[in-house]
Design a protein around this ligand. Structure first.
Ligand SMILES: N[C@@H](CCC(=O)N[C@@H](CS)C(=O)NCC(=O)O)C(=O)O
Length: 221
């Protein structure tokens, strides 16, 4: 266990509890950096823990969790919205509800879906060690590849025609997904050349460069 909810409540800075290897955690951390919200980071080392205190009290046993003051916030999108409220300056943020046409909304839906499929495949086959040839994982991998193909064909032009903004949930979530596929390969990213190009350009942002994926390791006494 890395952090208890009462310890988190006592922290003067907002604290993100999560994993440096997690695409959801990275999304929240990139929002914090982009919006200049200084946050502490509390890594969770054991994703198999069934103790909700390991997840700062999230009963769903999911990460990330934001804690600030006496409040805990579950769910990455909720966390990003809270970070925007805590931000010291205003920024034009494109949230999912600001996506005004079906292709853009579908793109966001497929990114959310692909992120969850990545958790299903990674947790199921790499952490739990379950057989990857089960229809449960074969179907998830097929849906993930299909979603990536759809996004490869359409996401660059969808993103290019979004209204002006400083920060967009669609782009940050897509970026975190793509880099995570390269980091923890469940399906190869190579066929999706336009998505690769997008990730390379978006990856130049300071918030991306300072949150590269890695496995957290507990400090030795
Ligand atoms: N709906 C949650 C999903 C978060 C999620 O799936 N996080 C992964 C880490 S990348 C997790 O907690 N995995 C552990 C598990 O699935 O048991 C959110 O938006 O934050």
């Amino acid at each position: 266990m890395s952090v208890r909810s009462d310890e988190a409540a006592a922290s003067p800075l907002p604290r993100i509890t999560g994993r440096s290897s997690s695409h959801y955690t990275r999304l929240a951390r990139m929002f914090a950096l982009e919006l200049d919200v200084a946050c502490e980071f509390a890594p969770v080392y054991d994703l198999a823990s069934l103790d909700e205190r390991s997840y700062t009290g999230n009963p769903a046993l999911k990460l990330p969790v934001l804690s600030h003051g006496g409040t805990v916030v579950f769910g990455t999108e909720n966390i990003c919205r809270t970070l925007a409220e805590l931000a010291p300056r205003s920024a034009v943020i494109l949230w999912p509800e600001n996506l005004r046409d079906a292709p853009a909304r579908n793109a966001q839906e497929l990114v959310w879906h692909a992120m969850q499929a990545q958790v299903q495949l990674g947790f199921g086959t790499q952490i739990a060690g379950l057989p990857p040839d089960s229809i449960y994982f074969v179907k998830a991998a097929t849906g993930l590849r299909n979603a990536l193909a759809w996004l490869d064909e359409r996401a660059p032009s969808i993103i290019a025609t979004l209204p002006p903004h400083d920060l967009g949930m669609l782009e940050v979530s897509l970026f975190c997904l793509l880099e995570h596929l390269a980091f923890r390969t469940t399906v190869p990213l190579a066929p999706y050349v336009r998505l690769g190009d997008f990730a390379r350009v978006f990856g130049q942002r300071a918030s991306a460069r300072s949150t590269t994926y890695r496995f957290d390791t507990p400090a030795r006494d």
